[in-house]
Design a protein around this ligand. Structure first.
Ligand code: PEP
Ligand code: MG
Length: 553
């Protein structure tokens, strides 16, 4: 058995025979064209338009997020800059195929060099180029294989056009050699709950027909698995299916210790699904998601309406709303107007709000209005707080507006290290493990090439979480977790063992975490946490927790 490592998307596990995506078409040769430039250009334009229409058609068949993605890809195909690039080459005597190949490749390199979200769009452009060249050559477009039985699809990186129409009865899991956690493969796998591991470079050696286990929770693909491993994987897949249909009890450990399970939401419209999946309240409402495309600050009235809608869905329940977290991967035009080379370390979160304090004051006004109009228990917190002074500033201001419970997010190591003091001032803290990991490990959370550093299991991150939970204990204040780490069923046990008082996550993760917590007493959770904390690195922390958990269960 060998383990190939990548980034797991979601928590599922699946097994089956590999079917590889066909290799891309060979690059066209740089031979002189036998047609006139006008004839070549007409062929290319016909092919580009046909490909764009086909992508749109696939999008409207697939619907949802896939539709937006494919429409964006169709627009990319018809981008006038690309047309100019192609024309220049055709006018220099190149064939249509070669001109498309070269023009798209140069545009692709520009995107790839940008890194992050745009960098991951590079694969989309490759797919468009392949489709256009296939059409020019009269060949079928490259696509998903059909071996006639269910299979684990292995590809370099899936294009949105492929993922959109995947037959979910046939595709047991996805494995890609390229792409990071924000690639389209990852986004669509998440949306469709497909078991997926992306960015597993060594998967290039997998061959058609060999059986593999794809473990998204661990980010591992196991080749040549033993009968025992296959059985265990099946057992986990069955347990997961059972957890999904288990009764919606409040979050608790086996000994009854309550661990309220809350939802992370970005729109009030998500509240109904969260309640259906057993959320006991909201642990993180990301207000900036309401205004990502706004060019001007939202009005107090608009905000009051949105917050009232949210709070009204949770009468008598806790709802933690975060003040606008603008900057870095979530820029808001009305809050982040200056160019920064390093926006994750710049004027983001509370820093940006302080620089435009009127916007923060309006948001607090709207939250207080919504609170007065509803029965929910409103808590408000500031994002990206790094000092005690910022904590005092935010808590004092929030109280001025009548917010009864005001706290901070702990996402920056400095706040975690000062947690005993920070929690003397704040009513609560919520640990954002996504940013806390990014800042502790100095690894951009959007960058596939450093994804292996972005692991909240790293003991350095765990120690900071422990320090924050201890700060809460010293001051008798609650410390919740609202980053992705809370959605990892075993890490959730570790977090509770270190003293986290609530866990907040994407509603679809609630069932797995609820089932996992019910397997351990508080003393078990503490032992499992100690084992992870004593490790040297993320992989050994995970393995040590796993071993301690097996002893306990
Ligand atoms: C986090 O950083 O863990 C967090 C919850 O905030 P966001 O993911 O919105 O930055
Ligand atoms: Mg954050």
């Amino acid at each position: 058995m060998t383990e190939l490592r990548g980034v797991g998307i979601g928590l599922g596990v699946a097994q089956g025979p590999v079917a590889r995506m066909a290799e891309p078409l060979p690059a066209p040769e740089d031979a002189p064209s036998t047609l006139t430039p006008d004839e070549e250009l007409a062929r290319v334009r016909e092919a580009v338009a046909a490909v764009a229409r086909e992508l749109e058609e696939r999008g409207s068949k697939a619907g949802g997020m896939a539709r937006e993605v494919l429409e964006a890809q169709a627009m990319m195909a018809e981008d006038p800059t690309l047309d100019t690039e192609v024309s220049t080459r055709v006018n220099a005597g190149k064939t249509g195929e070669f001109a498309v190949h070269a023009a798209f490749a140069s545009f692709r390199d520009t995107l790839a060099a940008m890194g992050g979200y745009l960098g991951e769009r590079a694969a989309d452009l490759d797919d468009v180029a392949q489709r256009v060249i296939a059409r020019l050559r009269g060949l079928p477009a490259p696509g998903v294989p059909d071996p006639g039985h269910p299979f684990v699809l292995v590809a370099k990186d899936l294009a949105p056009a492929d993922t959109a129409l995947l037959d979910l009865d046939k595709v047991l899991a996805l494995v890609t050699t390229d792409g990071g956690p924000t690639s389209h493969t990852a986004i669509l796998a998440r949306e469709k709950s497909i078991v997926a591991v992306v960015g597993a470079a060594s998967a290039k050696d997998l061959v058609d027909g060999e059986t593999v286990i794809v473990d998204a929770a661990k980010g591992v693909v196991t080749t040549s698995p033993t009968a025992d491993e296959l059985e265990q994987a099946q057992h986990r897949a069955d347990a997961r299916a059972a957890a999904a249909s288990a009764p919606l009890t409040p979050g608790a450990l086996k000994d009854g210790t309550a661990v309220p399970l809350l939802a992370n939401l970005g729109k009030p419209g998500g509240a109904a699904e969260a309640v259906e999946l057993g959320a006991e309240g909201v642990g993180l409402f990301r207000t900036e998601f309401l205004f990502l495309s706004a060019t001007q600050a939202p009005t107090v009235e608009d905000q009051t309406k949105s917050y009232t809608e949210l709070l009204a869905a949770f009468p008598g329940k806790k709802v933690v709303v975060r003040a606008l977290d603008a900057g870095a991967d979530k820029p808001l035009a009305f809050l982040n107007d200056a160019h920064e080379d390093n926006p994750a370390l710049g004027l983001r979160g509370l820093r940006a709000l302080r620089a435009s304090e009127d916007i923060l004051r309006e948001q607090l006004t709207a939250l207080a209005n919504a609170d007065a109009a509803t029965e929910a228990d409103l808590w408000v917190m500031a994002p990206m707080v790094s000092t005690l002074e910022e904590t005092e500033y935010f808590v004092t201001l929030a109280k001025e507006y009548g917010i009864k419970t005001a706290g901070v997010m702990v996402e920056v190591p400095s706040a975690a290290l000062m947690a005993d003091r920070v929690l003397a001032e704040a009513d609560f803290a919520s640990i954002g493990t996504n940013d806390l990991t990014q800042y502790t490990m100095a690894a951009d959370r959007l960058l596939g090439s450093v994804a292996s550093f972005q692991d909240p299991w790293h003991p350095a991150v765990l120690r900071l979480i422990k320090a924050t939970a201890d700060g809460g204990k010293t001051n008798g204040k609650p410390v919740g977790i609202c980053g992705e780490a809370a959605a990892d069923p075993l890490l959730a046990v570790v977090l509770v063992g270190m003293g986290a008082t609530t866990l907040s996550m994407a509603p679809t993760a609630l069932a797995d975490v609820r089932a996992s917590l019910l397997q351990y007493d508080l003393a078990d959770a503490q032992r499992i946490a100690e084992a992870a904390l004593a490790a040297d690195d993320a992989a050994s922390a995970r393995a040590a927790a796993q071993a301690a958990a097996e002893n306990a269960a």
